[in-house]
Design a protein around this ligand. Sequence first.
Ligand code: ADP
Ligand code: MG
Length: 268
Amino acid sequence: MSDKDKSTVLLEHYLKQLRLPTILREYAPLAVVCREDRSDFPTYLLRLTERELLDREKRAAERRVKEAGFPVVKTIDTFDFRALPSINEPLLRELMRGEYIDKRENVLFIGNSGTGKTHLACALAFAACAQGRKVRFHTVSGLVTELLECREERRLQRLHKQLERFHLLVLDELGYVPFSRAGAELLFEVVSRAYEHHSLMITTNLPFEEWAEVMGSERLTGALLDRLTHRCHILEANGESYRLRQAKKQLYRRSSPNSRPEQKQVQP
Ligand code: ADP
Ligand code: MG
């Protein structure tokens, strides 16, 4: 083996040990480019390390998105704001910057079903992931079930510790299913622990007056709302269900005579 081969083998071995996969992949082709550009050694090294850093950030963001457990990946670009005039678009765009998470503020989407609350919550949370924040998405009923199971198995503290690692906790769909007393208390504990520690984002179809019905206790609801709304951005998402509107449009298109030229005219 020539000296050159030996040094290449060693270099690649070291790059693997140092976990620098992008440099490992790119050092040879970039050397060719830099030779053609007549770039000096520091420039070559700078370009290599920049690529490693960018790739590393990209991989970390992908990991965070995976860990967040989004049901679907939605972005603000695919949201049609004209379909939801009740939403405060400037506030939403400001929240996309994620500063509310640094200030440990909460976000609450309130509105009827199908108006894009989950879509927007996912879009905000996805943006937070891209900004380097740790996010976890749960449906409220899923989280309550998990909390109850963990309590049964005496690993509730571990779950709370896990939840506390996140900068933002998304709790989707509060209000569809009422809780047992234990479930409501466990949910309250999550909100209470999050208070001033990390941000919560909740979507719900319930106006505040009706929260007590789902929580099963006026006292607990009062304490929960107190903590949740202390520093909170509230976004109203009331309007016609987007799904329903799309379905109606399709129905209209199908039943319109122009789109059905093959249809026979029925004579009276
Ligand atoms: P909600 O959580 O309020 O019940 P979703 O966010 O689940 O509603 O929205 C239902 C479906 O309609 C989703 O596929 C969502 O992407 C889509 N949708 C809702 N509103 C809009 C909108 N204004 N623009 C684009 N897609 C929308
Ligand atoms: Mg929803």
